[in-house]
Every structure is written in structure tokens, then in C-alpha cells.
Design a protein. Sequence first.
Length: 89
Amino acid sequence: MVAEIKPDRIVDARDVLCPGPFWELIKAYSHAGLREVISLYSSDEYDSETRADAPAWIQKTGNRLIAVVDHDGYYEILMEKTKEPKVSS
């Protein structure tokens, strides 16, 4: 199923230190349209925290976590933007 998903945005942060990949995902999310799929690539070598933090953030914000997939030397987090960010007044 995951192999069939074509992301609209790919964020390659495999060589970025923590918390960079997480912030890159948030930046991509803020520029994405509703129903866009974002794929984040990161690695445990540089950032093991995003593997847990990003799925928690995705669910907390009401968006859809599609999958966390291990690849050779890196992992991929796939999400679908289903909510617009709340704007504080």
C-alpha cells in the first residue's frame, strides 16, 4: 500500500541534525495544501527523535499519519495534511 502512495512533497533531511528534520516537516506542512501527502526522509544516525516526535505531532494536530517506513539507512514518515494550522488571534 505505501509503495503506491505518491507524495506531493518530499523533504530529504537524512543528513540534518535533530531537531532539523522535524522543523523541516512542519515547514513543508505549512506550505502544503489540504490533502497533500508529505514524505520526510531522516536517519537515526543524525536524528532518532523525529521517528517518535513527528507521528505524535501529526496525530495531535489532527492530520493523518500514513506510515513510518524503514529503508536501508534511513526512515520515511508519510503524512497527509487534513487540517489547516490554527491561527492564534
